[in-house]
Design a protein around this ligand. Sequence first.
Ligand code: ZN
Length: 160
Amino acid sequence: MNIAPDHVVQFHYTLKDASGSEIESSRDGEPMAYLHGHRNIIPGLEEALLGKAAGDRFSVTVPPEKGYGLRREGALQRVPLKHLQGARHWKPGMLAVVHTDQGMRQVQVVKVGRFNADVDVNHPMAGQTLTFDIEVVSVRPATAEELSHGHAHGAGGHHH
Ligand code: ZN
């Protein structure tokens, strides 16, 4: 079965930056699962996976425009501390999750005040050219429930 829209794909990945240093890998745990065609993963990776099948291994290099976007200057925003999720005591450099109009977003804490924090809304990997070493583990049609939720369930996907 080949990867196509409305299919759930499990894959292992190793992610490297432009200098070849490993940023993260799924190899220590279970493969990642996503629902193809529903913007669950960055566009450059989704494009590269289209048409692949279980057992396929390949590498793809994704420019920022098809990855986490270009780094924008002046992307600092002041956010009430109570809106930051992920830790109790915030320090500069930590990553936090905030809910925005466009869904959950990862931000980097730049400065912490008593009630508010200044956060950089650039994704931590914005501006980076990323290389993924991919192994497709499985491909199956999505269930009706997965399609209505817009994401994969089960191992490597969402657990409710
Ligand atoms: Zn769900």
